[in-house]
Design a protein around this ligand. Structure first.
Ligand SMILES: NC(=O)c1ccc[n+]([C@@H]2O[C@H](COP(=O)([O-])OP(=O)(O)OC[C@H]3O[C@@H](n4cnc5c(N)ncnc54)[C@H](OP(=O)(O)O)[C@@H]3O)[C@@H](O)[C@H]2O)c1
Length: 264
């Protein structure tokens, strides 16, 4: 299969590119400043915030292969901090990379797959795309946006034999934690006394989380599935059950449990 993955320099993207290339697929991946290269994988330089670069990447794959079987929108980053203290420019950049980055690629991927009458679009959301996380509110918002877009896209492509799959990982040890841009304003720590401890707990859960190879092995199976599910929560047991529990419980009770989990 011909596969295009965004953001293959580290974390999930790197693990998926390695795994899918080892599975025998023809893998293309995007990067901004790659220093190491996975043998057998074709690297394309793309910043997801630049539409012309997203368009050129899809064109490069089509010119070389004449088809695109799987598109994996993985590139992303996170910002952290109380919503009130997050600069609006950081909030814009969060949406620009995570949500609009996906939109820019899909604008060129969808017509290809629709005319092929086959393909899989796999988009990375997060458990944070199902539950609004405190002090990661804009990150959550960017992932909720991905969820809403993908639900709509799946319906629109219903008759085109194109699968739209959303991946909702829990905490994983990747470059994501070190790359997070956090609000460091002393006033934010004063106004939100739980911010420091809460963020430290979340970052510790990420650093000690599952390994990206675990997720890559699941993606390897999803890519081959004839009828993949609409979404896959890939996480430890507690995180996996948190989504159905949040739906079943009365909202105030769930909020109390969630708040105590995050020391709020
Ligand atoms: N790790 C977790 O616990 C976790 C949990 C749930 C969901 N996720 C999601 O999983 C996806 C992958 O994250 P990761 O954990 O593997 O983090 P990571 O190790 O930091 O990798 C992120 C990748 O995205 C690329 N990227 C960032 N900004 C970009 C931009 N403007 N244009 C193009 N590429 C860009 C990075 O490339 P550069 O090298 O160029 O920066 C890198 O290859 C993200 O969508 C993230 O939200 C992660």
């Amino acid at each position: 299969m011909v596969i295009l993955i965004t953001g293959i320099t580290s974390g999930f993207g790197k693990a998926m590119a390695e795994r899918l290339a080892a599975d025998g697929h023809k893998v293309y991946g995007t990067h901004r400043h790659a220093k190491e290269f996975i043998p057998g994988v074709t690297y394309i330089k793309v910043d997801a915030t630049v539409e012309a670069e997203c368009e050129a990447a899809v064109k490069q794959v089509m010119d070389a292969e004449g088809r695109l079987d799987v598109f994996i929108n993985n590139a992303g980053m996170g910002i952290g901090g109380p919503l009130e203290f997050t600069p609006v420019s950081d909030a814009e950049s969060q949406m620009d990379v995570n949500f609009m980055g996906m939109v820019r690629f899909l604008h060129y991927v969808i017509p290809v797959m629709r005319s092929q009458k086959q393909g899989k679009i796999i988009c990375f959301s997060s458990i944070a795309g199902k539950l609004g996380l405190p002090f990661q509110g804009f990150y959550s918002a960017s992932k909720f946006a991905i969820e809403g877009y993908c639900d709509a896209l799946r319906l629109e492509l219903r008759k085109s034999h194109v699968d739209v799959v959303v991946i909702e990982p829990g905490d994983f040890a990747t470059g994501f934690t070190a790359n997070r841009k956090k609000v460091e304003d002393p006033a934010a720590y004063e106004a939100y006394p739980s911010y420091k401890e809460s963020m430290a707990g979340m970052e510790n859960d990420e650093r000690t989380g599952l390994k990206p190879d675990y997720l890559a092995a699941k993606i390897s199976r999803i890519v081959k599935k004839k009828n993949p599910a609409y979404n896959y929560v890939i996480a430890n047991f507690i995180q996996r059950i948190s989504i159905p529990v949040s739906i079943i419980l009365p909202r105030r009770l769930w909020a109390r449990i969630f708040a105590s989990w995050y020391h709020l």
